[in-house]
Design a protein around this ligand. Structure first.
Ligand SMILES: NC(=O)c1ccc[n+]([C@@H]2O[C@H](COP(=O)([O-])OP(=O)(O)OC[C@H]3O[C@@H](n4cnc5c(N)ncnc54)[C@H](O)[C@@H]3O)[C@@H](O)[C@H]2O)c1
Length: 247
């Protein structure tokens, strides 16, 4: 699989699933923009990738703010050329009993996890339409497929990502642009460790494969959906969860 000559943006790419995805796309030859709120970690990732002979740049951008996203897209386009691949990965998790979810928290979760998809996708779409080629991969969550207690806000936002994916895939199907989503389930990242702390190993032991997902497991699926070979797949939900949930 080669992505040589492609420009890719990976949001939330300074950590976890996004970082593994940035590494994978860069290994396949793409020029990768590592977008994150954490500029220092994004720069460290770029140092690693460019040190290995890959093409990468760091961009500090909040995916929920249109002015920042539009400026970041211009910077990437000016540096690497028109954007062909967008991985909408940045997100926030939230755990609260239903009756304790405030409207402010609800709005924040929806803005970061769902509205960001609108903003980032609208910002790159003109490049893809002009070329008649594009790959949009959205990171959703298995919580939207299975349900998850204390995650009504989070699961609702990620369910929105799945609906967003299907609807946009239909709309863009004649254009050469595919839109798919990957719902991770229980992946060993800083986000998961922050939430579950010392319970990760215990929960993993009770799972079908007896291990948590690795960021690289997600990256492999995302990279496939970004490839030329996946060009007849659109609107799809590619579950990567070690058998924790089948649909
Ligand atoms: N880890 C899991 O088990 C799991 C399960 C289901 C879904 N997910 C989803 O996978 C995605 C990646 O999660 P992860 O586990 O790798 O988390 P992570 O915390 O390791 O990485 C997330 C990155 O996104 C960045 N980010 C957060 N908000 C941002 C914003 N507004 N703008 C730009 N960057 C922002 C953070 O700075 C961080 O570097 C998220 O969308 C998450 O909801 C993860």
């Amino acid at each position: 699989m080669s992505l040589a000559g492609k420009t890719a943006i990976v949001t939330g790419a300074a950590s976890g699933i996004g970082l593994a995805t940035a590494r994978r796309l860069a290994e396949a030859g793409a020029s990768v923009a590592i977008w994150d709120l954490n500029e220092q970690a994004a720069r460290a990732a770029v140092t690693e990738l460019t040190g290995a002979g890959r093409r990468a740049m760091a961009v500090r951008a909040d995916v929920s703010k249109r002015t920042e996203v539009d400026a970041a897209v211009r910077l990437v386009r000016d540096t690497f050329g028109p954007i062909g691949i967008l991985v909408n990965n940045a997100g926030m998790s939230a755990f609260n009993p239903f009756m304790e979810i405030t409207e402010e928290l609800w709005d924040r979760v929806m803005t970061v996890n769902l509205k960001s998809m609108l903003i980032c996708t609208q910002a790159v779409l003109p490049d893809m339409l002009q070329k008649g080629w594009g790959r949009i991969i959205n990171v959703s969550s298995s919580s939207a497929q299975s349900g998850a207690a204390r995650m009504v806000h989070y699961a609702a936002s990620k369910g929105g990502v799945i609906g967003f994916t299907k609807a946009l895939a239909q709309e863009l199907a004649p254009t050469g642009i595919t839109v798919n989503n990957v719902p991770p389930g229980f992946v060993d990242t800083p986000m998961l460790r922050a939430e579950l702390k010392d319970r990760v190993d215990q929960i993993a032991a009770a799972s079908p494969m007896k291990r948590p997902g690795r960021p690289e497991d997600m990256a492999a699926a995302i990279a496939f959906l970004a490839s030329e070979e996946a060009g007849y797949i659109t609107g799809h939900t590619l579950s990567v969860n070690g058998g924790r949930y089948s649909s």
